[in-house]
Write a protein that binds this ligand. Structure first.
Ligand code: AMP
Length: 559
């Protein structure tokens, strides 16, 4: 079993070994694999770095940032067909499985996968489906900040501390407050925004640059432009100013400019932190530490805003890019009950209020519908099971359509519908006890998935419906079809055996050669590697021939 951080921009896989979580690196020796999928001209499916590189030159050939669309009906056209966000995520998860198997040398078929705490039910379901398509059984969906807390709790094991985890990733923002006490990690509260992250800072900086340079979309390729802006943003994480070069013009950019251009975004972070503190019933003075998670939490303007609001500097003891995956690996060990984590216990909370739609009688004869009646309050410790009693509106009513919502609005129109349960058989015989009444039980598990059970009180009959009408939910057949569609894909040319063999042979020869001959060989290997990553068959063939003809005299004996 492994732990996987399926990120908006990058994904990581980790496992637990010798009492510690450890990141498994890909063939490029990188822990971070870009969450990008593309299809090359010859139909090869690319994932990770190769896909990201291809998207720079051919943005229409694939997709990144699909995590933001999980659980929606969105789809993308590339490689000659339509792709859903679930399928794109499945490709990334399958790649993480492959990397793990490569490093561990055995099959990996179970995983703990992290999701933003603020992921709604549909988004969680979509993540489980993506894993199924990738051939992974999800042992647990773990909230990302909780995973960070686990990694921290495992590493530091502090006697008693109340921590605030501030997680600003590429596309999502989460705040969690938890208590670590003698190996018990208890989540007190969590809050967040599912559409706010580092990419929004890049967008805002792009707007600023557009205003400054009067750049028009046709002047420059959109992906290249984004790379440029992204780089400038990153520069400002280690320097007070930088210079952006657009079409030969130098545009100076200071930290203050960046702060002004993104002021509205930073302002949206503050109320979330405040709400999380108030839900936990504490003030900043109670916090023993503030932990940063997510690549975007590196931005100095975020760090200083936090330090000011929380009256203490955030800690950087764990790498914000890796901490979530490490925590997922700790969780996987917890599930497998490995000795080193036997003393670590985790409790989590449900991030949203869950309830049903009800009608109210305002005055006799005047019935108003659309009210939200909560059953499980947000930030209740999970697993949790709560029930409440409801009744029909009319004595003759034979059916209840129980509509399930999540959210914080008083009216259901302001909340998100997650499903409905049809309850027939409500009409009772005269004389029966509790006519027209139902007991509705909500059970919310550690994966953040809700089950609803309705008991008709006069008959004792139960309906425990899995939700209907959940947008984006796939049937068993659909999952099977999706697996079939992804199966015949080809491998990356770099991994094709003849190319691997050629490179290995070149490497061997390199060790034997010196000076000029060595330089020529180096140039030819570089050229071949460039051709492989370009994925263009003609280029690959030409550079392979050149390399072979240079090498063949040296291997004449072997042939
Ligand atoms: P994650 O989803 O955690 O991988 O976060 C990725 C986000 O972090 C992207 O929006 C990146 O632009 C941003 N990011 C990564 N490194 C830095 C950095 N050094 N400075 C500012 N933002 C960064």
């Amino acid at each position: 079993m492994v732990g996987i951080d399926l990120g908006t921009t990058n994904s990581l896989v980790a496992h637990f070994v010798d009492g510690h979580p450890e990141i498994l690196v890909n063939e490029l020796n990188e822990g971070l694999t870009p969450s990008a999928v593309a299809v090359a001209q010859d139909g090869t499916l690319l994932v990770g770095r190769a896909a990201k590189d291809r998207l720079i030159n051919a943005p229409e050939s694939g997709r990144s940032f699909f995590k933001r669309d999980m659980g929606t009906a969105a789809s993308y056209q590339f490689g000659g067909r339509r792709w859903t966000p679930v399928e794109c995520s499945a490709v990334v998860l399958r790649e993480m499985k492959r990397i793990a198997e490569l490093r561990l040398g055995h099959e990996v078929d179970r995983a703990v996968i992290t999701v933003p705490a603020y992921f709604l039910d549909q988004q969680r379901q979509a993540t489980v489906e993506a894993a199924q398509i990738a051939g992974l059984k999800v042992e647990r969906l773990l909230n990302e900040p909780t995973a960070a807390a686990l990694a921290y709790g495992h590493q530091e094991n502090p006697d008693l501390s109340t921590l605030l985890i501030f997680d600003l990733g590429g596309g999502t923002f989460d705040v969690t407050i938890l208590e670590c006490f003698e190996g018990v990690v208890e989540v007190k509260s969590s809050a967040g925004e599912s559409r706010l992250g580092g990419e929004d800072y890049t967008d805002a900086l792009g707007e600023w640059l557009r205003d400054k340079t009067k750049w028009k979309p046709e002047d420059m390729d959109a992906m290249r432009w984004r790379e440029l802006v992204e780089q400038a943003k990153r520069d400002l994480s280690t320097a007070d100013s930088t210079v952006i070069i657009v079409n030969g013009n130098e545009v100076p950019l200071s930290l203050a400019d960046f702060g002004a251009a993104t002021r509205e975004l930073t302002a949206r972070l503050r109320p979330v932190v405040r709400r999380c503190l108030s839900d936990a019933g504490i003030t900043p003075a109670h916090l023993d530490g503030v932990l940063l998670v997510g690549g975007a939490s590196r931005m100095p303007l975020i760090v200083s805003a936090l330090a000011e609001d929380l009256q203490q500097p955030p800690s950087r003891s764990l790498d914000p890019d890796r901490v979530v995956a490490l925590g997922a690996a700790v969780q996987s060990a917890l599930i497998a009950r490995q000795a080193a984590v036997r003393d670590l216990v985790l409790t989590d909370v449900c991030p949203h209020t869950l309830g049903v739609a009800i009608s109210k009688q305002l005055t006799p004869g005047q019935i108003q519908d659309g009210y939200f009646s909560p059953l499980i309050d947000r930030n209740t410790t999970v697993p949790v099971s709560r029930s409440d009693t409801f009744h029909t509106l009319h004595p003759q009513q034979d059916e209840i359509l129980l509509q399930v919502y999540q959210g914080e609005g008083r009216m259901v129109k302001d909340n998100q519908k997650i499903g409905q349960v049809r309850v027939p058989g409500m009409k009772s015989q005269p004389g029966q006890k509790r006519p027209g009444e139902v007991d509705v039980r909500f059970t919310y598990d550690m994966n953040g998935i809700l089950e609803v059970e309705v008991t008709i009180l006069h008959s004792g009959q139960k309906v425990s419906e899995v939700f209907e009408q959940r947008p984006g939910t796939m049937s068993k057949e659909e999952i099977r079809d999706a697996i079939a569609r992804l199966t015949p894909l080809k491998v990356h040319p770099r991994d094709a055996p003849p190319h691997r063999a050629r490179l290995e042979r070149a490497e061997r020869l390199y060790q034997d050669l010196r000076s000029v001959e060595r330089s020529i060989l180096t140039a030819l290997i570089d050229q071949f590697e460039r051709a492989l990553s370009s994925q263009e068959p003609a280029q690959i063939r030409a550079s392979a021939e050149e390399l072979d003809s240079f090498m063949s005299p040296y291997f004449r004996d072997e042939a």
